[in-house]
Write a protein that binds this ligand. Sequence first.
Ligand code: SF4
Length: 396
Amino acid sequence: MIPDPANALGNHLPALRDAAHREALGLYLHIPFCLDRCTYCSFTTTRDRDLQPAAVARLLREIPAWGEALGRPAVDTLYLGGGTPSLLSATELTDLTAALHGAFDLGPLGEATLEANPGTVDLDWLTRARDLGWDRISLGVQALDDGLLARLGRIHGAAQALEALALAERAGFQRRSADLMVGIPGQSLSRVVEDARTLAATGIEHLSIYLLDLDKACPLKAEVQAGRLALPTEDEVADVFEALQAELPRLGLAPYEISNYARTGAESRHNSRYWERRPYLGLGPSAASQMGAFRWTESAVIPAWIDDRGALDLQTLDPAEALAEIPLLGLRLHRGVDWGALRRQAIEANLAPLAEAWEARLRALAKEGLVHWEGDWVGLTPRGMLVSNGIFEMFV
Ligand code: SF4
């Protein structure tokens, strides 16, 4: 939504501008188009490519409007996600990139990531993207087994995924990441570890490993509910993550976040800002933003977002909610949370008793082997990571 005095964001513009100039922003663009819908997908995306020109035009209006509204703030990470950003034409990608350069101060830019589906890339497109300054690519591989990929409704096979990683390297993407999925019906523990080994051998610097999430309605969930497919048990999933945590560091990919592994220094800077609670602006349907005490999400109804008719979900965090987000997000990171800094922040906000109550519970969890303390830093143990959702409940 373009902020103006007539809408909710416009009312808070001075505070947003102030937050956007306190430190560099991350900028996310959501490209909500896919060739086909995967059977597990709950993202904001559509196969209706007829909407694509209007969606790109909308972004080309929003980017300069936001740059102007915020006073051309500095941006140090860019992320083009989706959907399938690799469905943008070379011209659309060029126009969007030029708009970003025109609207924001990209002087401090340290990382520009684009997501791509292995079934949609070719060398020309990748080379163009690289020439435009996109320097990191994240490919949704998910599995290297054609049967499992078909079950997921992916539009590519295993060979095509490996070929896409090789093409990206030829196009000059030295920074390559891949996504793998755990918990697919019919996927064995040894298969996941074997796929991770194969991907590591391609020289990727980063690997994201997600647990299949069937919370929302989707065709794969319907198959499971009908008893035609079975999900692995919690113990089987835990065994997979434990095996990966042992194997991936041997392959040079160290865990740095619950779902992410990287070579030294190759952690995703853009995604790290979410866990570190650094400010970001998200443009596009369903995109989320956070600046200062404000957090908002754009409408997920794509036609409504295109016409600026969609409802904006705007929240103002109170001091206790803002404090809770530090452990809620920071404990996802392997290095954990600087509890001394949190304690000081709590005292400044008159919330010392709240921080003390959390600390008492975290010390108790340490006795159960779920949390570890090193001086003033607290983090989850590998076992704690497996039950992190239960631990995080204390902060919400
Ligand atoms: S490629 Fe990604 S966004 Fe598109 S349908 Fe599949 S899971 Fe959803």
